[in-house]
Write a protein that binds this ligand. Structure first.
Ligand SMILES: Nc1nc2c(ncn2[C@@H]2O[C@H](COP(=O)(O)OP(=O)(O)OP(=O)(O)O)[C@@H](O)[C@H]2O)c(=O)[nH]1
Ligand SMILES: [Mg+2]
Length: 346
């Protein structure tokens, strides 16, 4: 299951208490203090792991506690430290204060770690308090509490190119064609219910990460259809591809649909319109699409070089689109490499 938001209550481990103990050995009367220190409590650390794709692991696991430190022992034995808890999260996980929603941290790079709750310090045993004037101190200190917090984890995928389109436009078919991944495709709307990620590889072996998200309908910003919740997964992409289907028999105007998609994106976040984009006019293999395509082109106010006539199903025009993506987003990004390794395994 794809989970992209969870609220967690986290508590680091408490430090173990220091103890009062005495050295008791034959022939050594008044052996002096021998109480050891408590161990430190375990901390909680978040780590961005490219092999983790959603926050599902935390869906039914919302209260998380790290281990406490053990109390000290006799013979000056220090208590065992509590084990640190390493929580693996997907790359692109934002950590927010659960109440103010302020972003506290953003885990974007592979292996990036953040200690979110620090374990308590171990208390001191009575050995520590021995002085020249107090050879038998009856003092020890308790371990301190570990820090606690309630946070919201929100996943915003970090892909290079995001697909936007109405349901059934052919977005998943396009990601399948470009990235050669198996995704659910069907002739009805809302086939895709969670984002699909795929890697497109170029002739020079560079790669980019693509994200296909569920379809958007008019007034999605008022929560129609699946709403705009999934747009967050293409909010951080470097470029967008609008996938527009040419469907002559449905009495639809593809150009109006394109404008509608842009309006919905704008309602979500106006900066989405500032990203470089391409338009993939899809399903050109169908009959009677010429007039629609021409009418689209006639009204298209942007650079015609950003417009591609394709058939995702038959692989027509997709090479040209691929080349255009490549020239816009040149470098093979580190995150893509990491994702690639993971996706090829899963
Ligand atoms: N003829 C033709 N059919 C296509 C083409 N691309 C996609 N289709 C068909 O259109 C239907 C919908 O395709 P999907 O790829 O599932 O569409 P989607 O945009 O991912 O749809 P949602 O996930 O519901 O938003 C499927 O039956 C595809 O086979 C194309 O280029 N030509
Ligand atoms: Mg789909």
């Amino acid at each position: 299951m794809f989970v992209d938001q969870v609220t967690l209550q986290l508590s680091a481990g408490k430090g173990g208490d220091g103890v009062i103990a005495w050295r008791r050995e034959k022939y050594i009367p008044k052996g002096g203090p021998a109480g050891g220190d408590g161990g430190h409590g375990g901390s909680i650390i978040l780590e961005a792991d490219p092999q983790v794709h959603s926050l599902e692991a935390y869906r039914n696991h919302r209260i998380i506690k790290a281990q406490n430190g053990q109390p000290g022992g006799g013979n000056n034995r220090t208590g065992k430290n509590g084990t640190d808890l390493l929580l693996k999260v997907p790359m692109g996980t934002l950590v927010k204060d659960s109440i103010t929603k302020e972003v506290l941290y953003d885990l974007t790079e592979e292996g990036q770690r953040w200690q979110i709750c620090s374990g308590g310090k171990g208390g001191k045993g009575n050995s520590r308090f021995k002085t020249s004037t107090n050879q038998a101190p009856f003092i020890c200190t308790p371990g301190t509490a570990g820090s606690e917090c309630e946070v919201e984890l929100e996943l915003k995928l970090i892909a290079d190119v995001g697909f936007v389109g109405m349901p059934n436009a052919g977005k998943s078919t396009l990601i399948k064609e470009l990235a050669h991944i198996q995704v659910k495709i069907a002739p009805y709307p809302f086939t895709t219910l969670k984002p699909n990620l795929g890697i497109v590889e170029f002739d020079d072996y560079s790669r980019l990460l693509l994200a296909d998200i569920p379809g958007i309908i008019k007034e999605a910003h008022t929560d129609k259809g699946l709403g705009l919740a999934f747009l967050k997964h293409i909010e951080r992409t470097s470029a967008l591809i609008y996938v527009i289907e040419m469907a002559p028999w449905q009495d639809r105007d593809p150009y109006e649909e394109f404008l509608m998609l842009r309006e919905e994106l704008k309602a979500y976040n106006p900066t989405m319109l500032e990203k470089p984009f391409f338009v993939a006019i899809n399903k050109i293999d169908q009959e009677e699409t010429e007039a629609l395509i021409q009418s689209f082109k006639d009204r298209y106010p942007f650079d015609p070089a950003t417009l591609f006539e394709i058939s995702a199903l038959q692989g027509l025009g997709t090479e040209e689109l691929k080349r255009a993506i490549r020239s816009t987003l040149v470098s093979k990004t580190a995150k893509t490499l990491h994702m690639e390794a993971t996706l090829s395994r899963s």
